[in-house]
Write a protein that binds this ligand. Structure first.
Ligand SMILES: Nc1ncnc2c1ncn2[C@@H]1O[C@H](COP(=O)(O)OP(=O)(O)OP(=O)(O)O)[C@@H](O)[C@H]1O
Ligand SMILES: [Mg+2]
Length: 285
């Protein structure tokens, strides 16, 4: 008899029994270098389960690199992390089974219909044949795509493609979802629709979501907790309200972003002055 042990799914025993209560993602001193450049520099973060966590930062801050390490697509240079209790280096198969991932670049196949894209993913995920059709129809309904399921994806709008990509990432019902700039390039209506689906996922399904965005309004509206990342390091973590009050009375999340990604402390002083002046102007009418 041939040895099929390598084909058997790995036993998914969590590497640790969530020491901090319900941690969906635990990152410890994670680093990744490309040559001499430290894209992610000694990152430590704790993501509680059931929350929407926003990773914000300028271009090149290291957001996508962080997500690629957590989704096991890129090995870290040093440090460790667990996702759904599984170690990203030692249990990559278990991590992959526990997550959905929507990358920054378009990933749906344009020459197939929405339904066909989902069918390919259902087979890849190993969803049983008897369950596939039902699961695909459920997710099409959930993401508001049932009516266009037989249309080629190349004819979809940007918003429809993004919703299909989220549907693809959700087919196997993962407890954790990684969304790298889910609404980039979408008009306000399409963006609003994606927001509603993300909120519904957290509220009705309890999915933990880690997302990146360059839209501060989006982070403010959706995220329970945000982290500001700059040059591979986390500069601040907290709820949008906490971060705003840490910068100054009347500060917006744009102010928070500018404050924590300022190169020099004297630039930060400038921001504080601007916020103070704005507040005074408001008071004077
Ligand atoms: N495969 C790679 N090879 C070399 N350098 C890389 C690679 N991937 C990322 N980098 C570098 O690592 C740094 C972080 O990139 P990353 O894509 O993580 O940033 P980001 O925060 O996602 O930026 P953006 O907001 O533009 O998407 C950048 O300097 C980038 O050029
Ligand atoms: Mg990126």
């Amino acid at each position: 008899m041939s040895d099929t042990s390598s084909l058997r799914p790995p036993l998914c025993e969590p590497a640790e029994s969530a020491p901090n209560g319900k941690a969906a993602v635990e990152i410890r001193q994670l680093s990744r270098s490309f040559g001499s450049r430290k894209a992610v520099d000694n990152l430590s973060l704790h993501l509680p389960a059931g929350q929407i966590f926003g990773l914000l930062g300028p271009n090149g801050a290291g957001k996508s690199t962080t997500i690629k390490m957590l989704t096991t697509l890129l090995p870290p240079t040093s440090g460790s992390a667990t996702v759904a209790g599984f170690d990203i280096a030692r249990q990559p198969g278990c991590v992959r089974r526990s997550i959905g991932y929507v990358p920054q670049v378009i990933s749906a196949e344009g020459s197939l219909t929405g339904y066909e894209n989902l069918l390919v993913f259902a087979k890849l995920y190993g969803i049983r044949r008897s369950l596939r059709k039902k699961r695909i129809q459920q997710i099409l309904e959930f993401m508001g795509l049932a009516e266009v399921q037989n249309v080629l994806v190349q004819k979809y709008s940007g918003g429809m493609i993004r919703r299909l990509e989220i549907a693809l990432a959700l087919l196997h019902q993962p407890p954790i979802l990684f969304l790298d700039e889910p609404t980039v390039g979408l008009d306000p209506t399409a963006r609003q629709l994606v927001w509603e689906h993300i909120e519904q996922l957290r509220r009705d399904v309890g999915t933990t979501i880690l997302m990146t965005t360059h839209q501060m309004g989006e982070a403010d509206a959706l995220c329970d907790v945000v982290a500001i990342m700059h040059e591979g390091q986390i500069r601040a973590v907290g709820s949008p309200a906490e971060l705003k009050s840490s910068v100054g009375d009347g500060a917006t999340l744009d102010d928070v972003f500018a404050f924590y990604t300022a190169e020099q402390t004297d630039q930060r002083g400038g921001f504080t002055d601007v916020i103070r002046a704005r507040r005074t102007a408001r008071r004077l009418g």
